[in-house]
Design a protein around this ligand. Structure first.
Ligand code: UT7
Length: 324
């Protein structure tokens, strides 16, 4: 008993913010950004677009691909750390916009690892008999929480949403293994200090702004170690090796992190997916948008084994091996 993967979808804003655009905003250069991160451009939500709007685009895309209607869905989970509001949940707004009247809906927060934490939660719920067909969405609009004067962070992030449609099956699960991990003891190296209940907006915003704070070098080191650890743990759980995987999709935060992982996994360059050049780091949307691109371009075929790895604030890290 387990889950089957029916389809994927993506929702990206139209606006492209290039490195040349950023050169006009902060003291940076296309050369620095490309050399240190690999990023050439990223997408940015329009002023009237919030996280739920991108999530709805991704959800509709996945539903159309699977030839299903919103009424066929009985669970909607949105992994996001940039919800439209503190409440109601972004998932409830998605339910309303889709007209998915039969679905229970809630959000889940594990920052950039949110989609894979969501995959673990949703598949567990389905195996426990709590849902038959689910929409799992990873969606974030980190550009809304970016300090456009901080060149150390404002060049890194983009907005987007990706969706996965899952169905319960009595046969063997297409989710072969999941591994999750967290380390809250270093939560301060990557955070949005203000805007929550610790430092609410309006009380000391100057000291605790609602913008991303990141100690980049520290985060980099943790990212490589934890993503490697996660991939090895998931492979071990399902008795597979890197050679068994058709494609590995690591979180897309920095090309140098992706290259370091590819090197440590001792695998061919083209087995490791890269689209960070086009989108930057889209947080919880990253791995599912990458999977959607890989499936639509034919890089992942039905029956292929795929490894997904994520890492983010918390700290959190996660991996999954799935049979597409
Ligand atoms: O999803 C969460 C996961 N996030 C990540 O995994 C991000 C991990 N960290 C990183 O990707 C990298 O640490 C960064 C890309 C953020 C930074 O790269 P770095 O090689 O660690 O650079 P740095 O922060 O040590 O900065 C090196 C220099 C500094 O100048 P000085 O002190 O050497 O004069 C920075 O001020 O580069 C400067 N710098 C920039 N220069 C031009 C920092 N940002 C920029 C910039 N343009 N945008």
């Amino acid at each position: 008993m387990g889950v089957r993967f029916l389809s994927t979808g993506a929702g990206l804003p139209d606006k492209v913010l290039t490195n040349a655009d950023l050169e006009k905003m902060v003291d940076t250069s296309d050369q620095w950004i490309v050399e240190r991160t690999g990023i050439k451009e990223r997408r940015m939500a329009a002023p009237d677009q919030a996280t739920s709007d991108l999530a709805v685009l991704a959800a509709r895309h996945a539903l159309e691909t699977a030839h299903l209607t919103p009424a066929d869905i009985d669970l909607i989970v949105v992994a996001t750390c940039t919800p439209d509001h503190l409440f109601p949940s972004t998932a409830c707004l998605v339910q309303k916009a889709l007209g998915a009247v039969n679905a229970a809906a809630f959000d889940l927060s594990a920052a950039c690892s949110g989609f894979l934490f969501g995959l673990s939660a949703v598949s567990g719920m389905m195996e426990a008999g709590m849902a038959k067909r689910a929409l799992l969405i990873g969606a974030d609009t980190l550009t809304r929480f970016t300090d456009w004067k901080d060149r150390g962070t404002c060049v890194l992030f983009g907005d987007g949403a990706g969706a996965l449609l899952l169905e319960k099956t009595e046969g063997p699960s297409d989710l072969l293994a999941v591994h999750l991990g967290s380390d809250g003891s270093v939560s301060d190296i990557l955070s949005i200090p203000g805007g929550g209940s610790r430092h609410p907006l309006g009380s000391g915003v100057g000291e605790f702004p609602p913008f991303i704070h990141m100690e980049g070098k520290e985060v980099f080191k943790h990212a490589v170690v934890r993503m490697m650890e996660a991939m090895e743990a998931a492979l071990k759980k399902c008795g597979k090796t890197v050679e068994d995987l058709a494609l590995i999709i690591p979180h897309q935060a920095n090309l140098r992190i992706i290259d370091a992982i590819a090197k440590r996994l001792k695998t061919k360059e083209d087995k490791v997916f890269r689209n960070v050049q086009k989108y930057g780091n889209m947080s919880a949307a990253t791995t599912i948008i990458a999977l959607d691109e890989a499936v639509r371009s034919g890089r992942v075929q039905r029956g292929d084994s795929v490894g997904l790895i994520a890492f983010g604030a918390g700290l959190t890290w996660a991996s999954a091996i799935l049979k597409w």
